[in-house]
Design a binder for this molecule. Structure first.
Ligand code: ARG
Length: 472
């Protein structure tokens, strides 16, 4: 019998039997994903334990062998966590490292673990398990952010502020109404993550390289042990598909857009020009030269990091788009953008919650300057329309009033009832209630309007949803 190849060395020898020489050092470094995928150590061990258990149950290995493999895998997990054994750069990935160490720990039987399995289905399984765990954590973080904003509505929601379109003052609204606009978007982000889980939770394990196996495996056993809900039906699809990753990162990218809009407002609102919020000391930053600065770096970073997550999504889409079926090594490049997108989104959600938990609102910032402000123009037009004037005509009347006020160099406060009635006889004797911004906000009681009652109705719905999480 021929002797095993003498060029074998730790880290790569398990799969180098057909070569006369080891891979070059630069190829080893180029090829290794260990630094990135060691993060999935627990998922890799969990997947291997489920696989070994299944092998034992269907009789591909004996019950005793399965037990040895599982115990050995737990030892490897412990050793790597404790640092008593560490993989090196020479290990191509976490799967090879674990398998090699397992065989050192349990001996010959370790060589049976890879029966009816390939790294292709192994890595697909690991990533899905990892994603499932992170999706749940993202949901918890988002739920906390929703709660922080709901608390803010309770404490400051009746604060009067201008509602903007085109960043021009539009109509007076309550802060609670504004925050609800963000809250509903975040609520949809939660939905998207929950819905993505349905596609993530399918087991690819047992697909092997891409063709299945002649061994009498039962894929549903390992799937159930790992908490998957069902199997990826086709073995090629199981090892080649990455759309569930793209979907999660797309959900992260959309969530980052929402966080970035919130962040942008905090940057604006904390400026002296707006002077509407003051960030808490724990989230404001200083300048190395200007001693007075209270910079909103946290918000700017959330805004900036949204760009990274968009980049991650683009990487994942381009990575897969021209790959022939089934597994291709290109797919190893999926983890960096995937991990980065999830980490960045998680951190940004938490920082946004932190900023909103600790900032202070200037409750009276806009009270005075909204009185007689042109943002009551719509209210005057609505008043005429309520009195039977066709809205388009009312719009024109109020537009002339605004022009007249500007000529006087004043706001709407110059509009006495008698002047108003010269513009249109349908104006009432007392304009007081219609020139009051809070009344204007409170009169908008239509469904979804800015009235406090409507805000409370929506808050109640969202509060009911806070307890609604993944159906685990
Ligand atoms: N490190 C590889 C990855 O992350 C594992 C699968 C390798 N499969 C292979 N046929 N080379 O994608």
């Amino acid at each position: 019998m021929k002797q095993p190849n003498s060029t074998r060395k730790p880290g790569s020898h398990l799969i180098r039997g057909r070569f006369a020489a080891p891979t070059s050092t630069d190829m080893q470094t180029f090829s290794s994903s260990l630094a990135v995928d060691l993060r999935m150590l627990d998922e890799d061990i969990d997947g291997s334990i489920a696989h070994a258990t299944m092998l034992g149950q269907v009789g591909i290995v004996t019950a005793e062998e399965a037990q040895t493999l599982c115990a050995g895998l737990e030892t490897v997990r412990q050793e790597i966590h404790d640092g008593t054994w560490a993989p090196t750069d020479a290990h191509e990935d976490v799967h090879m490292a674990v398998e090699e160490r397992l065989t050192e720990v349990v001996g010959e039987v370790g060589k049976k673990i890879h029966t009816a399995r390939s790294r292709n289905d192994q890595v697909a399984t690991d990533v899905r398990l990892w994603l499932k765990r992170r999706l749940i954590e993202l949901d918890v973080a988002l739920t906390e952010l929703v709660s922080v904003l709901l608390d803010r509505i309770e404490s400051d929601g009746r604060t009067l502020m201008p509602g903007y379109t085109h960043l021009q003052r539009g109509q007076p609204i309550l802060l609670g109404h504004h925050l609800l606009a963000h809250l509903w978007a975040l609520e949809r982000d939660r939905d998207r993550l929950v819905e993505a889980l349905a596609r993530v939770e399918k087991s690819p394990l047992g697909a092997c390289a891409m063709a299945g196996t002649p061994h009498p495996i039962d894929r549903s056993i390992s799937a159930e042990l790992l908490g998957f809900r069902g199997l990826v039906e086709n073995a090629m699809d199981a090892v080649a598909a990455r759309d569930h990753e793209q979907e999660v990162v797309a959900a992260c990218a959309i969530c980052m857009t929402h966080l970035s809009r919130i962040a942008e407002e905090l940057v604006l609102w904390s400026s002296v020009e707006f002077n509407f919020v003051r960030l808490g000391d724990d989230y404001a930053t200083g300048s190395s030269i200007m001693p007075q600065k209270r910079n909103p770096d946290a918000a700017e970073l959330v805004r900036g990091k949204s760009a990274r997550v968009y980049g991650d999504l683009m990487t994942l889409l381009s990575l897969v788009k021209a790959l022939p079926m089934a597994y291709n090594r290109d797919l190893q490049e999926d983890r960096e953008p995937l991990f980065d997108a999830v980490d960045t989104t998680m951190a940004s959600i938490n920082i946004t919650a932190g900023m909103w938990r600790t900032l202070t609102i200037s409750r009276d910032r806009f009270e005075a300057d909204l009185v007689g402000d042109f943002s009551l123009a719509t209210e005057l037009a609505d008043l005429l329309a309520e009195r039977g004037v066709p809205f388009r005509e009312a719009h024109e009347v109020v537009a002339s009033i605004v022009r007249w006020c500007e000529e006087q160099g004043s706001g709407l406060e110059a509009l006495t009832p008698s002047v108003a009635r010269e513009f249109h006889p349908s104006f009432p004797e007392d304009l007081g209630p219609w020139l009051d911004p809070r009344t204007a906000a409170e009169r908008r009681t239509s469904r979804g309007g800015t009235a406090w009652l409507e805000i409370q109705r929506q808050v109640a719905i969202l509060e009911g949803n806070v307890g609604r999480g993944f159906d685990l």
